[in-house]
Design a protein around this ligand. Structure first.
Ligand code: M6R
Length: 364
Protein backbone atom coordinates (compact mmCIF):
# COMPACT_ATOMS: atom_id res chain seq x y z
CA UNK A 1 0.00 0.00 0.00
CA UNK A 2 0.84 3.67 0.04
CA UNK A 3 1.39 3.71 3.79
CA UNK A 4 1.14 7.21 5.18
CA UNK A 5 1.64 8.75 1.72
CA UNK A 6 -1.05 10.12 -0.50
CA UNK A 7 0.33 8.58 -3.68
CA UNK A 8 2.61 5.75 -4.67
CA UNK A 9 4.87 8.27 -6.37
CA UNK A 10 5.44 10.16 -3.13
CA UNK A 11 5.97 6.95 -1.20
CA UNK A 12 8.51 5.83 -3.78
CA UNK A 13 10.31 9.18 -3.70
CA UNK A 14 10.61 8.88 0.08
CA UNK A 15 11.86 5.29 -0.14
CA UNK A 16 14.95 6.44 -1.97
CA UNK A 17 17.40 6.71 0.96
CA UNK A 18 16.64 3.09 1.81
CA UNK A 19 16.66 1.59 -1.69
CA UNK A 20 19.72 3.57 -2.75
CA UNK A 21 21.48 2.26 0.37
CA UNK A 22 20.33 -1.30 -0.30
CA UNK A 23 21.46 -1.18 -3.91
CA UNK A 24 24.83 0.31 -2.93
CA UNK A 25 25.35 -2.44 -0.37
CA UNK A 26 25.46 -5.02 -3.15
CA UNK A 27 28.67 -3.49 -4.56
CA UNK A 28 30.26 -1.06 -2.13
CA UNK A 29 32.67 -2.17 0.60
CA UNK A 30 32.45 0.75 3.02
CA UNK A 31 35.44 -0.21 5.16
CA UNK A 32 37.91 -0.60 2.26
CA UNK A 33 36.14 2.05 0.20
CA UNK A 34 36.21 -0.11 -2.91
CA UNK A 35 33.63 -1.39 -5.38
CA UNK A 36 33.21 -5.08 -6.12
CA UNK A 37 31.11 -5.81 -9.19
CA UNK A 38 29.38 -9.18 -9.44
CA UNK A 39 31.42 -11.56 -11.57
CA UNK A 40 30.59 -11.18 -15.23
CA UNK A 41 30.95 -13.71 -18.06
CA UNK A 42 33.19 -11.29 -19.97
CA UNK A 43 36.25 -9.23 -19.14
CA UNK A 44 35.45 -5.54 -18.65
CA UNK A 45 39.17 -4.78 -18.93
CA UNK A 46 39.26 -5.65 -22.64
CA UNK A 47 36.01 -4.00 -23.71
CA UNK A 48 36.89 -1.14 -26.03
CA UNK A 49 33.49 0.34 -26.74
CA UNK A 50 30.30 0.74 -24.72
CA UNK A 51 26.76 1.28 -25.89
CA UNK A 52 23.91 2.03 -23.58
CA UNK A 53 20.38 1.55 -24.86
CA UNK A 54 17.10 2.34 -23.10
CA UNK A 55 13.87 4.36 -23.23
CA UNK A 56 12.47 7.25 -21.23
CA UNK A 57 13.83 7.75 -17.76
CA UNK A 58 16.11 4.72 -18.11
CA UNK A 59 17.63 6.43 -21.16
CA UNK A 60 18.43 9.44 -18.99
CA UNK A 61 20.14 7.20 -16.43
CA UNK A 62 22.23 5.86 -19.31
CA UNK A 63 22.98 9.40 -20.42
CA UNK A 64 24.42 10.22 -16.99
CA UNK A 65 26.47 7.01 -17.15
CA UNK A 66 28.07 8.19 -20.40
CA UNK A 67 29.64 11.11 -18.52
CA UNK A 68 30.76 8.85 -15.69
CA UNK A 69 32.24 6.03 -17.77
CA UNK A 70 33.98 8.34 -20.22
CA UNK A 71 35.47 10.35 -17.39
CA UNK A 72 36.57 7.55 -15.08
CA UNK A 73 37.23 4.63 -17.43
CA UNK A 74 38.29 6.73 -20.45
CA UNK A 75 36.15 4.49 -22.68
CA UNK A 76 33.99 5.86 -25.51
CA UNK A 77 30.29 5.46 -24.75
CA UNK A 78 27.36 5.86 -27.11
CA UNK A 79 23.89 6.21 -25.67
CA UNK A 80 20.84 5.44 -27.77
CA UNK A 81 17.09 5.55 -27.51
CA UNK A 82 16.06 1.94 -28.16
CA UNK A 83 13.38 2.76 -30.73
CA UNK A 84 15.90 4.70 -32.82
CA UNK A 85 18.72 2.23 -32.39
CA UNK A 86 16.77 -0.84 -33.47
CA UNK A 87 15.74 0.45 -36.88
CA UNK A 88 19.01 2.19 -37.69
CA UNK A 89 20.79 -1.14 -38.10
CA UNK A 90 24.01 0.31 -36.75
CA UNK A 91 27.23 -1.45 -37.76
CA UNK A 92 29.08 -2.86 -34.75
CA UNK A 93 32.54 -4.30 -34.23
CA UNK A 94 32.30 -7.57 -32.31
CA UNK A 95 33.52 -7.50 -28.72
CA UNK A 96 31.83 -4.30 -27.63
CA UNK A 97 29.71 -4.11 -24.51
CA UNK A 98 26.03 -3.20 -24.83
CA UNK A 99 24.13 -2.26 -21.67
CA UNK A 100 20.32 -2.30 -21.57
CA UNK A 101 18.65 -0.33 -18.83
CA UNK A 102 15.02 -1.06 -18.01
CA UNK A 103 13.09 -0.85 -14.78
CA UNK A 104 10.48 -3.36 -15.96
CA UNK A 105 12.83 -5.46 -18.09
CA UNK A 106 9.95 -5.78 -20.57
CA UNK A 107 10.16 -2.66 -22.76
CA UNK A 108 9.64 -3.87 -26.34
CA UNK A 109 12.10 -1.56 -28.08
CA UNK A 110 14.84 -2.19 -25.53
CA UNK A 111 14.35 -5.94 -25.90
CA UNK A 112 14.55 -5.68 -29.69
CA UNK A 113 17.77 -3.69 -29.37
CA UNK A 114 19.19 -6.36 -27.07
CA UNK A 115 18.42 -9.09 -29.59
CA UNK A 116 20.04 -7.05 -32.35
CA UNK A 117 23.21 -6.54 -30.29
CA UNK A 118 23.46 -10.21 -29.39
CA UNK A 119 23.12 -11.14 -33.05
CA UNK A 120 25.93 -8.69 -33.83
CA UNK A 121 28.52 -10.10 -31.47
CA UNK A 122 28.17 -7.72 -28.56
CA UNK A 123 28.47 -8.67 -24.92
CA UNK A 124 25.12 -7.86 -23.38
CA UNK A 125 24.50 -6.63 -19.85
CA UNK A 126 21.02 -5.94 -18.49
CA UNK A 127 20.33 -3.45 -15.71
CA UNK A 128 16.81 -4.16 -14.51
CA UNK A 129 14.61 -3.92 -11.46
CA UNK A 130 12.75 -7.16 -12.17
CA UNK A 131 15.15 -10.12 -12.03
CA UNK A 132 12.93 -12.61 -13.85
CA UNK A 133 12.10 -10.20 -16.68
CA UNK A 134 12.62 -10.96 -20.36
CA UNK A 135 15.50 -8.51 -20.81
CA UNK A 136 17.29 -10.03 -17.84
CA UNK A 137 16.75 -13.58 -19.11
CA UNK A 138 17.97 -12.82 -22.61
CA UNK A 139 21.07 -10.81 -21.67
CA UNK A 140 24.37 -12.55 -20.97
CA UNK A 141 24.56 -10.97 -17.54
CA UNK A 142 22.35 -8.87 -15.27
CA UNK A 143 22.92 -6.18 -12.70
CA UNK A 144 20.00 -5.49 -10.39
CA UNK A 145 18.54 -2.35 -8.92
CA UNK A 146 16.99 -3.17 -5.56
CA UNK A 147 14.30 -0.51 -5.82
CA UNK A 148 11.47 -2.90 -4.94
CA UNK A 149 8.24 -2.75 -6.92
CA UNK A 150 7.65 0.62 -8.54
CA UNK A 151 3.92 1.29 -8.90
CA UNK A 152 3.79 4.97 -9.87
CA UNK A 153 3.90 5.37 -13.64
CA UNK A 154 6.47 8.13 -13.20
CA UNK A 155 9.75 6.42 -12.48
CA UNK A 156 11.59 7.75 -9.42
CA UNK A 157 13.36 5.22 -7.20
CA UNK A 158 14.14 3.03 -10.20
CA UNK A 159 16.02 5.97 -11.73
CA UNK A 160 18.19 6.78 -8.71
CA UNK A 161 19.01 3.12 -8.09
CA UNK A 162 19.94 2.75 -11.77
CA UNK A 163 22.31 5.68 -11.27
CA UNK A 164 23.84 4.00 -8.24
CA UNK A 165 24.57 0.79 -10.15
CA UNK A 166 25.92 2.72 -13.13
CA UNK A 167 28.22 4.78 -10.89
CA UNK A 168 29.60 1.56 -9.40
CA UNK A 169 29.94 0.07 -12.88
CA UNK A 170 31.91 3.13 -14.03
CA UNK A 171 34.30 2.70 -11.10
CA UNK A 172 34.59 -1.05 -11.73
CA UNK A 173 35.32 -0.50 -15.43
CA UNK A 174 37.86 2.17 -14.64
CA UNK A 175 39.65 -0.15 -12.26
CA UNK A 176 39.68 -3.10 -14.61
CA UNK A 177 41.34 -0.85 -17.19
CA UNK A 178 43.82 0.58 -14.70
CA UNK A 179 42.36 4.03 -15.32
CA UNK A 180 41.59 5.02 -11.72
CA UNK A 181 43.82 5.47 -8.67
CA UNK A 182 42.98 3.82 -5.36
CA UNK A 183 42.66 7.28 -3.90
CA UNK A 184 40.03 8.43 -6.43
CA UNK A 185 38.12 5.19 -6.01
CA UNK A 186 38.12 5.69 -2.24
CA UNK A 187 36.84 9.26 -2.60
CA UNK A 188 34.02 8.20 -4.89
CA UNK A 189 33.11 5.30 -2.61
CA UNK A 190 33.01 7.66 0.34
CA UNK A 191 30.76 10.04 -1.60
CA UNK A 192 28.48 7.19 -2.68
CA UNK A 193 28.24 5.87 0.88
CA UNK A 194 27.00 9.28 2.01
CA UNK A 195 24.28 9.59 -0.66
CA UNK A 196 21.47 7.92 1.33
CA UNK A 197 21.99 10.33 4.23
CA UNK A 198 22.17 13.37 1.93
CA UNK A 199 18.98 12.31 0.15
CA UNK A 200 17.22 11.76 3.49
CA UNK A 201 18.38 15.18 4.67
CA UNK A 202 17.02 16.81 1.53
CA UNK A 203 13.69 14.99 1.68
CA UNK A 204 12.99 16.63 5.04
CA UNK A 205 12.71 19.89 3.09
CA UNK A 206 9.85 18.70 0.93
CA UNK A 207 7.73 21.65 2.12
CA UNK A 208 10.08 24.15 0.50
CA UNK A 209 9.62 22.41 -2.85
CA UNK A 210 5.88 22.37 -2.33
CA UNK A 211 5.93 26.16 -1.96
CA UNK A 212 8.12 26.57 -5.05
CA UNK A 213 5.66 24.43 -7.00
CA UNK A 214 2.84 26.92 -6.44
CA UNK A 215 4.62 29.43 -8.68
CA UNK A 216 5.12 26.87 -11.44
CA UNK A 217 1.71 25.25 -11.63
CA UNK A 218 0.32 28.23 -13.59
CA UNK A 219 3.04 28.09 -16.24
CA UNK A 220 2.33 26.91 -19.76
CA UNK A 221 5.94 26.06 -20.54
CA UNK A 222 8.91 25.27 -18.32
CA UNK A 223 12.57 25.01 -19.32
CA UNK A 224 15.12 22.85 -17.51
CA UNK A 225 18.84 23.54 -17.94
CA UNK A 226 21.96 21.65 -16.90
CA UNK A 227 25.49 20.97 -18.07
CA UNK A 228 27.62 17.85 -18.03
CA UNK A 229 26.03 15.08 -16.00
CA UNK A 230 23.40 17.60 -14.85
CA UNK A 231 22.10 17.85 -18.42
CA UNK A 232 20.35 14.44 -18.29
CA UNK A 233 18.89 15.47 -14.92
CA UNK A 234 17.39 18.51 -16.66
CA UNK A 235 15.91 16.18 -19.28
CA UNK A 236 14.56 13.89 -16.57
CA UNK A 237 13.05 16.85 -14.72
CA UNK A 238 11.25 17.98 -17.86
CA UNK A 239 9.95 14.46 -18.53
CA UNK A 240 8.67 14.09 -14.96
CA UNK A 241 6.85 17.42 -15.14
CA UNK A 242 5.17 16.81 -18.48
CA UNK A 243 4.20 13.23 -17.61
CA UNK A 244 2.29 14.01 -14.47
CA UNK A 245 1.33 17.71 -14.63
CA UNK A 246 0.78 17.96 -18.43
CA UNK A 247 2.74 21.20 -18.50
CA UNK A 248 4.94 21.46 -21.54
CA UNK A 249 8.53 21.19 -20.39
CA UNK A 250 11.85 20.88 -22.17
CA UNK A 251 15.29 20.02 -20.96
CA UNK A 252 18.25 21.67 -22.62
CA UNK A 253 22.01 21.57 -22.30
CA UNK A 254 22.68 24.98 -20.75
CA UNK A 255 25.23 25.75 -23.45
CA UNK A 256 22.53 25.36 -26.10
CA UNK A 257 20.54 28.25 -24.67
CA UNK A 258 21.95 30.75 -27.14
CA UNK A 259 21.26 28.41 -30.03
CA UNK A 260 17.52 28.76 -29.82
CA UNK A 261 15.65 28.31 -26.55
CA UNK A 262 16.65 31.73 -25.20
CA UNK A 263 14.01 33.11 -27.59
CA UNK A 264 11.36 31.57 -25.34
CA UNK A 265 12.44 33.43 -22.24
CA UNK A 266 10.08 35.94 -20.70
CA UNK A 267 8.59 36.35 -17.23
CA UNK A 268 6.01 33.64 -17.85
CA UNK A 269 8.55 30.86 -18.42
CA UNK A 270 10.07 29.32 -15.31
CA UNK A 271 13.63 28.11 -15.95
CA UNK A 272 14.74 25.35 -13.61
CA UNK A 273 18.52 25.20 -13.38
CA UNK A 274 20.43 22.17 -12.10
CA UNK A 275 23.79 23.55 -11.05
CA UNK A 276 25.93 21.83 -8.42
CA UNK A 277 29.33 23.45 -7.79
CA UNK A 278 31.41 21.32 -10.12
CA UNK A 279 33.98 22.34 -12.76
CA UNK A 280 31.16 23.61 -15.00
CA UNK A 281 29.47 25.77 -12.36
CA UNK A 282 30.69 29.11 -13.77
CA UNK A 283 29.46 28.26 -17.25
CA UNK A 284 25.95 27.46 -16.09
CA UNK A 285 25.92 30.44 -13.72
CA UNK A 286 26.60 32.74 -16.67
CA UNK A 287 23.64 31.20 -18.51
CA UNK A 288 21.56 32.03 -15.44
CA UNK A 289 22.65 35.68 -15.76
CA UNK A 290 21.47 35.70 -19.36
CA UNK A 291 18.08 34.33 -18.39
CA UNK A 292 17.65 36.69 -15.41
CA UNK A 293 18.64 39.67 -17.62
CA UNK A 294 15.74 38.79 -19.92
CA UNK A 295 13.24 38.64 -17.11
CA UNK A 296 13.21 34.83 -16.91
CA UNK A 297 12.09 33.31 -13.61
CA UNK A 298 15.04 31.17 -12.61
CA UNK A 299 14.59 28.43 -10.04
CA UNK A 300 18.13 27.58 -9.05
CA UNK A 301 19.18 24.25 -7.54
CA UNK A 302 22.73 24.25 -6.24
CA UNK A 303 24.56 23.94 -2.92
CA UNK A 304 25.09 26.81 -0.48
CA UNK A 305 28.34 27.85 -2.10
CA UNK A 306 26.73 27.86 -5.54
CA UNK A 307 23.75 29.90 -4.37
CA UNK A 308 26.07 32.42 -2.67
CA UNK A 309 28.32 32.81 -5.70
CA UNK A 310 25.48 33.65 -8.08
CA UNK A 311 25.85 37.30 -9.16
CA UNK A 312 22.22 38.21 -9.88
CA UNK A 313 19.52 36.89 -7.60
CA UNK A 314 17.29 34.22 -9.14
CA UNK A 315 13.53 34.11 -8.67
CA UNK A 316 13.99 31.22 -6.26
CA UNK A 317 16.95 29.18 -5.08
CA UNK A 318 17.45 26.12 -3.00
CA UNK A 319 20.75 24.97 -1.50
CA UNK A 320 21.07 21.20 -1.52
CA UNK A 321 23.56 19.43 0.74
CA UNK A 322 27.10 19.80 -0.64
CA UNK A 323 28.33 16.56 -2.20
CA UNK A 324 31.23 15.31 -4.30
CA UNK A 325 30.26 16.46 -7.84
CA UNK A 326 30.52 12.88 -9.09
CA UNK A 327 27.41 11.82 -7.13
CA UNK A 328 25.49 15.08 -7.69
CA UNK A 329 23.22 13.65 -10.42
CA UNK A 330 21.81 11.18 -7.89
CA UNK A 331 21.01 13.86 -5.32
CA UNK A 332 19.73 16.42 -7.84
CA UNK A 333 17.23 13.91 -9.21
CA UNK A 334 15.26 14.33 -5.98
CA UNK A 335 14.24 18.02 -6.29
CA UNK A 336 13.06 17.55 -9.87
CA UNK A 337 10.94 14.58 -8.83
CA UNK A 338 9.40 16.46 -5.91
CA UNK A 339 8.83 19.56 -7.98
CA UNK A 340 6.92 17.60 -10.62
CA UNK A 341 4.92 15.88 -7.89
CA UNK A 342 3.88 19.08 -6.14
CA UNK A 343 3.06 20.89 -9.39
CA UNK A 344 0.82 17.97 -10.34
CA UNK A 345 -0.86 18.08 -6.94
CA UNK A 346 -1.43 21.83 -7.32
CA UNK A 347 -3.00 21.16 -10.71
CA UNK A 348 -5.07 18.25 -9.43
CA UNK A 349 -3.92 15.70 -12.00
CA UNK A 350 -3.78 11.95 -11.40
CA UNK A 351 -0.20 11.53 -10.26
CA UNK A 352 0.00 7.75 -10.12
CA UNK A 353 -1.98 7.09 -13.29
CA UNK A 354 -1.27 9.92 -15.73
CA UNK A 355 -3.52 10.00 -18.79
CA UNK A 356 -2.45 8.00 -21.84
CA UNK A 357 0.55 6.40 -20.14
CA UNK A 358 1.30 2.78 -19.27
CA UNK A 359 3.80 1.66 -16.66
CA UNK A 360 5.39 -0.82 -18.98
CA UNK A 361 5.54 -0.28 -22.75
CA UNK A 362 5.55 -3.84 -24.04
CA UNK A 363 4.31 -2.98 -27.53
CA UNK A 364 6.07 -0.47 -29.73
O1 M6R B 1 10.70 -0.18 -17.75
P1 M6R B 1 11.61 0.74 -18.49
O2 M6R B 1 12.66 1.34 -17.65
O3 M6R B 1 12.21 0.09 -19.73
O4 M6R B 1 10.69 1.92 -18.99
C1 M6R B 1 11.18 2.92 -19.83
C2 M6R B 1 10.21 4.07 -19.94
O5 M6R B 1 8.98 3.62 -20.46
C3 M6R B 1 9.97 4.74 -18.58
O6 M6R B 1 11.14 5.17 -17.99
C4 M6R B 1 9.03 5.96 -18.76
O7 M6R B 1 9.69 6.96 -19.50
C5 M6R B 1 8.55 6.45 -17.39
N1 M6R B 1 7.13 6.66 -17.40
C6 M6R B 1 9.26 7.71 -16.95
O8 M6R B 1 8.76 8.22 -15.76
Amino acid sequence: GKGQHRHFMLKEIFEQPEVIGGTLNTMLNPAERTITLPSLPFDLGVVNRVRIIACGTSFYAGSVAKYWIEKLARLPVEVDIASEFRYREPPMEPGGLAIFISQSGETADTLAALRYCRAHGQHTLALVNVPESTISREAEATLLTLAGPEIGVASTKAFTTQLVVLACLAVGMARSRGAISGETEAEICQALAEVPARVAEFLRRDDEIRLMAQGISEARDVLYLGRGASFPIALEGALKLKEISYIHAEGYAAGELKHGPIALIDDSVPVIVICPTDELYEKTASNVQEVVARGGRVVFFSDQEGVDRLASPPFAAMALPAVNPFVAPILYAIPVQLLAYHVAIAKGTDVDQPRNLAKSVTVE
